[in-house]
Design a protein around this ligand. Structure first.
Ligand code: OAD
Length: 261
């Protein structure tokens, strides 16, 4: 493992355009459950067809709203873990790091990552069925309806996250494909690689000839195309990668320019 970590750090040290692509696994050590792991994964315990589709919402808006309120209540209480912090720390050593995440928890930004593309939305935002967007909880704090109503048109509000069968935010997915096709290395962390179109991003990097490094305690659908598979939890593996990188590429805190070395 030590040797693999050194190889991974060597690839990162040479990168001028790194993409870090993350999924639910990177937030697991913060206390947020993943989706597809047996028993503890959310989709092992709840029916995504009822809770994460527009049809499910139309059938029972209150149930969907309350389920998200429960999940968001949990997200509100958690903090970034050493995996998120290690990803943010990459910016000290590399000239360009873009984080593309499927997570809605905002923990990459909380950890200090400065360029985060969110493919599946963000838990802080809501939109209405009438097409109005950009609401936060403060906008309906005085309402007692469940779900609350749009302050502008009175339609039902819903979380501004991507449900099954819905398009991803166009700007986010377009930029994600562009970054993945033009990066010179991709670090994939904590995703099963099963949900399209996000799951294709490592393939774009791979096809462009860029090395793909994967961090996951379990093999995933990405593993067959990974050049280096670092098997283990992100919160344990990534700090080691960054510590090793620090010995190769002096970071800004040492007084060296980030791209130097
Ligand atoms: P999954 O639940 O499908 O996969 C989580 C991955 O994290 C698995 O491969 C685990 O092995 C791995 N994992 C578990 N613990 C880990 C740890 N400590 N460190 C690193 N990896 C760990 O979650 P996603 O791939 O993110 O979509 O799922 C993709 C999308 O499916 C989600 O964004 C969500 C879901 O339906 C929407 O809600 C639209």
């Amino acid at each position: 493992m030590e040797q693999l970590i050194r190889r991974a750090a060597g690839i990162l040290a040479r990168s001028q355009r790194l993409v870090v692509f993350t999924g639910a696994g990177v937030s697991k050590e913060s206390g947020i459950p993943t989706f597809r792991e047996a028993q503890e994964g959310l989709w092992a315990r709840y029916d995504p067809g009822e809770l994460a589709t527009m049809e499910g919402f139309r059938r029972n808006p209150r149930r969907v709203w309350e389920w998200y309120a429960y999940r968001f209540g949990r997200i509100e209480q958690v903090t970034p873990n050493p995996g998120h912090r290690a990803i943010a720390a990459l910016e000290r050593y590399l000239p360009r790091v873009v984080v593309i995440t499927q997570n809605i928890d905002d923990l990459h930004r909380a950890a200090g990552s400065s360029d985060v593309i969110e493919l599946h939305g963000n838990w802080r935002y809501y939109k209405c069925l009438g097409g109005h967007t950009g609401f936060t909880r403060a906008d309906f704090a005085d309402q007692t309806d469940v779900p609350p109503r749009c302050p502008r048109c009175g339609a039902l509000l819903r979380p501004d996250v991507v449900w099954f069968g819905e398009m991803l935010p166009a700007e986010a997915i377009e930029r994600a494909f562009a970054e993945s096709s033009t990066c010179d290395a991709m670090l994939v962390v904590g995703t099963s690689g099963l949900v399209q179109p996000a799951a294709s991003l490592p393939l774009y990097a791979h096809r462009a000839g860029s090395p793909v490094i994967e961090v996951n305690p379990n093999p995933s659908d990405i593993t067959p195309l990974a050049d280096i598979f670092l098997q283990g939890p992100a919160g344990q593996v990534l700090p080691k990668v960054v510590d090793t990188l620090a010995t190769i590429t002096p970071g800004q805190e040492t007084g060296f320019p980030a791209a130097c070395g």
